[in-house]
Design a protein around this ligand. Structure first.
Ligand code: A8S
Length: 183
């Protein structure tokens, strides 16, 4: 099973997560396996207007107008981080294939030309409906930093986000099962 999951992962990354980093950029992808159906996980991820539903560092988010490709969200992050705001654009949205892409276009942080893609795929985990989430990014390496440091910094935030997405989704899935009297 682990091998099969690894093959699927490699295929999904080839198909959806190609970023073409330039010399001054770093890029990577992270994978999370969640014990909740794809519908639950995607219902959280697809809300470009409400990242605080699962992202633990977001304190506030506002979007003006309808949600569509090119929509902007203004995000405030919690205190104690090396940033307070971020302006982010919805760059990819496929509600059927479960693909969400964002670009960070402003804010008081050091992530320049940041672009990320998150895809959500069904998989079987321990004989139950589960989800494989893949998130990849590319970003400029700031002056005075190394590629390694920059990747480490970004991956830490993404790992927190994915761990929280996992916790929230699995809680919701538990509730669903409880609701069906199937615990
Ligand atoms: C995301 C991914 C990242 C968000 C980072 C990497 C950020 O929201 C935080 C700290 C920063 O220094 C940059 O998908 C920024 O959320 C938590 C404000 C963009």
């Amino acid at each position: 099973m682990i091998e099969l999951s690894g093959q699927m992962e490699a295929q999904y990354i080839l198909r959806h997560h190609q970023h073409d980093p330039k010399d001054n950029q770093c890029s990577s992808s992270l994978v999370k396996h969640i014990k909740a159906p794809v519908g639950i996980v995607w219902s959280l991820v697809r809300r470009f207007d409400e990242p605080q539903k699962y992202k633990p560092f977001v304190s506030r988010c506002t979007v003006q107008g309808d949600l569509k490709i090119g929509s902007l969200r203004h995000v405030n992050v919690k205190s104690g981080l090396p940033a307070t705001t971020s302006t982010e654009m919805l760059s990819l949205f496929d509600d059927k294939e479960h693909i969400l892409g964002i670009r960070i276009i402003g804010g008081d942080h050091r992530l320049k030309n940041y672009s990320s893609i998150l895809t959500v795929h069904p998989e079987t985990i321990d004989g139950e409906e589960g989800t494989m989430v893949i998130e990849s990014f590319v970003v400029d390496v700031p002056e005075g930093n190394t590629k390694e440091d920059t990747c480490y910094f970004v991956k830490a935030f993404i790992n927190y986000n994915l761990a929280s997405l996992c916790a929230v989704s699995e809680r919701m899935a538990g509730r669903d099962r409880a609701g069906l009297g199937n615990v």
